[in-house]
Design a protein around this ligand. Structure first.
Ligand code: HMG
Length: 384
């Protein structure tokens, strides 16, 4: 029996802000953003979008294609949770109109938790192969204005259907793990923007990659030369270049492995979306599926990282025929339909983001589900 990713679909915030605009107002060379960190744009959420509306938009094509039969678990991975108690998975369950016979839960560990959700899902399907698990990764990445992290904001969601005999990717059983209790990036309960020690976080990411790779090898994982591509967590796409260089140095010190760019075709979406935290690594995978060559039967590596910090390296094999199952232009169309916002509007929206008490939101999103506001401390959602 093989288990893995049977379907994948993504969504992003409905607004776009360019890093050229940010650089111009900061009076710096845009090369720092375009080449130095590898980002051209960031997706922002409109007033009536949040992690649930993006998740609903990402999940809709999967439910349209497969229905909800067999989905008895929904796991929602996020680090931008909307309630301290109620899982966003339960709200999403309601918004999607799923049947009551479902367990719905939210998981957290910075950008890493969608990978944990996938590992939990593999276990559920292994025990009962008739069941399918809907895994959601959805986040809004926000840093303070004028901080070093500001250029690495973004928003996006990925929905994944984990099932037996998957149509896209068979996930292999070996996994390499690394956990260290550090403070490289965190968000206390009273803040909607993250705190970060930027340069230190880059170092910890690379140390976690090395630790997870070494453990992956110790667990009997595949050789470096057998990987056609590696999808990395991409807080900014230049980070994946640094990761690729570090991995090549430790896994292939003599440079004898196949001479290929293992990052190729994995950065197209994240360059334009920005950091989407839990969704970022799976947007890298979707980019490869949509924009890369047919790699049927080839092995893909995944390095998932979440600050705090946890890293995991795992692998999968692309199922022959997978190219016929992807929705090649779907995310591209959504990216093209984002409404551009200029610098002043961007700053205004950033400051106005934290609203308290009861309020109604403006009707802005192009998605089928909108966040309508808060009434008696309860978040309200509407389906168009
Ligand atoms: P910074 O300190 O402002 O930038 O912020 P810098 O001075 O280090 O410059 C960045 C790069 O641009 C450098 O290249 C410069 O040389 C280059 P590098 O040395 O890195 O190769 N540069 C230029 N290149 C071309 N033309 C120019 C030019 N000028 C400079 N004119 C930093 C960088 C990443 C620290 C900042 O953006 C930040 O704090 N970001 C947030 C933290 C982050 O993303 N960390 C990544 C690892 S942790 C992680 O991935 C977890 C996370 O996703 C959260 C989670 O897990 O939940 C963040």
């Amino acid at each position: 029996m093989t288990i893995g990713i049977h379907d994948i679909s993504a969504a992003t915030g409905g607004l776009v802000f360019t890093l050229a605009d940010l650089a111009e107002h900061e009076g710096i060379d845009v090369g720092k953003y375009h080449r130095g960190i590898g980002q051209t744009e960031m997706s922002l959420t409109s007033e009536d979008e949040d992690i649930v509306t993006m998740a609903a938009r990402a999940a809709a094509p999967i439910l349209e294609r497969h229905g909800s039969t067999g989905i008895r678990t929904v796991v929602f991975a996020t680090e931008s949770g909307i309630d301290q108690s109620k899982a966003a998975a339960v709200t999403l369950h309601g918004v999607l109109g799923l049947p009551p016979e479902v367990r719905a839960v939210e998981v957290k560990e910075a950008c890493y938790s969608a990978t944990a959700a996938i590992q939990f899902a593999l276990g559920i399907v292994a025990r009962r192969p008739s069941e399918r698990v809907l895994v959601i990764a959805s986040d809004v990445a926000r840093y303070e204005l004028n901080s070093s992290g500001e250029a690495t904001q973004g928003s996006g969601a990925v929905a994944l259907l984990i099932a037996e005999d998957p149509a896209l990717l068979e996930i292999e059983p070996e996994s390499g793990l690394w956990t260290g209790d550090v403070w490289d990036f965190w968000r206390p309960n009273d803040r909607s923007t993250a705190l970060v020690d930027g340069r230190y976080s880059v170092q910890v990411y690379l140390d976690a990659l090395e630790g997870a790779w070494n453990d992956y090898q110790a667990q009997g994982g595949a050789e470096f030369s057998s990987f056609a591509r590696v999808c990395y967590h991409q807080p900014f796409t230049r980070m994946a270049v640094k990761a690729q260089q570090r991995l090549a140095r430790i896994a292939d010190p003599d440079g004898e492995a196949r001479d290929i760019d293992r990052l190729a075709d994995t950065v197209e979406y994240n360059t334009r979306i920005g950091n989407s935290y839990t969704a970022s690594i799976y947007l890298a995978f979707l980019s490869l599926l949509d924009n890369g060559p047919d790699l049927s039967g080839e092995r893909v590596g995944f390095f998932s990282y979440g600050s705090g910090a946890v890293g995991e390296f795992f692998s999968g094999v692309l199922v022959p025929g997978y190219k016929d199952r992807v929705r090649v232009d779907a995310l591209e169309r959504m990216l093209a339909s984002r409404r551009p916002v200029a610098y002043d509007e961007y700053r205004h929206r950033h400051i106005a983001y934290d609203r308290v008490g009861d309020f109604e939101t403006a009707d802005e999103t192009q998605g089928a589900v909108r966040f309508a506001g808060v009434s008696e401390h309860k978040r309200q959602y509407e389906r168009r």
